[in-house]
Ligand binder design. Structure first.
Ligand code: HEM
Length: 121
């Protein structure tokens, strides 16, 4: 379950990066139907597997603060991702948005591995 979760997380970040590159290049590939659908399926699966594991391992964000911080970082990753791909008005803002989103991914992976909060607790 954990390895599936990690693989899907990697696919999620790769799909986000692919869409970002196509966005910078103004590529028509961004309009393909699968590009609009697949990332949502992958992200939903990632979330569902994460929740299932948390329940199975009895990990609660109210007790384990690294997990609360991870959930907040996932929210920030989603918002910076939407900002990058939909809201950013020009290439500079898109690049800043992308770097911000990847920064959140780095925190998420660090929290997942160390299980030690950086800011909370
Ligand atoms: C971009 C999003 C995410 C990334 C990159 C990510 C990454 C990871 C990684 C690398 C691990 C394995 C850590 C280890 O070596 O033990 C892991 C475990 C885990 N993740 Fe995620 N994750 C993400 C999203 C989520 C979400 C949304 C949830 C819950 C809603 C979640 C819940 C968990 C749980 C419960 C574990 C198992 C912790 C344990 O072994 O005790 N993850 N995640």
């Amino acid at each position: 379950m954990k390895h599936l979760h990690m693989t899907i997380a990697l696919i999620s970040v790769l799909l986000f990066t692919l869409r970002f590159v196509w966005l910078l290049k103004d590529s028509p590939k961004l309009q393909q139907k699968w590009v609009k659908i697949l990332p949502h399926i992958v992200d939903t699966l990632l979330l569902a597997l994460g929740v299932a594991m948390a329940i199975k391992l009895a990990i609660s964000p109210f007790e384990q603060y690294w997990f609360a911080e991870k959930l907040l970082a996932v929210l920030a990753y989603i918002f910076t991702g939407v900002y990058t791909l939909k809201l950013a008005k020009n290439k500079t803002m898109q690049i800043i948005g992308y770097l911000g989103a990847i920064g959140w991914v780095m925190l998420i992976v660090r929290l997942a591995i160390t299980k030690t909060p950086l800011f909370l607790g």
